[in-house]
Design a protein around this ligand. Sequence first.
Ligand code: SF4
Length: 281
Amino acid sequence: MPRIEIARQAGACYGVERALKMARQASEEAAQPVHTLGPLIHNPLVVSELESAGVRPADTPEEAGEGTLVIRAHGVTPKVISRAQDLGLAVIDATCPYVKRVHHAAERLAKAGYQVIVVGESGHPEVQGILGHAGEGAHVVSTVEDLDNIELARKVGVVVQTTQTLAHLRAVVAELLGRVEELTVVNTICEATSERQLAAAELAARADAMIVIGGRSSGNTRRLAEICTERCQNTHHIEDADELAAAWFDGAELIGVTAGASTPADQIERTVRAISQVVGA
Ligand code: SF4
């Protein structure tokens, strides 16, 4: 019978739990509609649970129209918050405090005259929010090669999207060192991410099959899946237990399970129960 092991650190992080709690509380207390600006987290199951509790995603403050607008853990630009307030919406800012730390670092660097480089996934909502705090000349660098398309200033300050890997930050910083006169780096990678990545890597290296649970649009879950695939080719990224296939576990002695920062604990437990049924453990 195969053994099923959950990574030491897996699933919903502090920022996501906090945002969920704030949104649920808002729906209980508010007399008017409650919207989140975009899906609260990259997890379709949780988003539909929230919809049943009356919390719906809106793409823009204008679409929310009235009532309460919850800003998700990823954060937004200051302009978005003022636009929502100008529309008369009650804003609940559930931006994760660790994301706020990136905003503050970017603001500090921009004020001190640095050109801010945001190491992160171009177009990701968290990165968009950070850019709004990073001053005029700020740029996003997704790959080291992106640096070739940027006119770098003399003084460059680096912040990093919370879900990036240290290895990627190191690569960008190493390249920048040879290109600019003055370089300040604020490592704003969130520990929840690195802890989950380390635990996933350690488990994947021992596992015969590895299941990574989380939304397909969740950057941190996708990254966990990449890390696991490097160490265990038999890695599968699923959103929910009904995607499991018995063939993945043929001959497996150890099945590893991990989950992205937007996967609540009950979803992990459900998946573990489903794997047990599939393999008869
Ligand atoms: S991964 Fe870290 S920064 Fe992102 S929401 Fe969770 S605790 Fe906050």
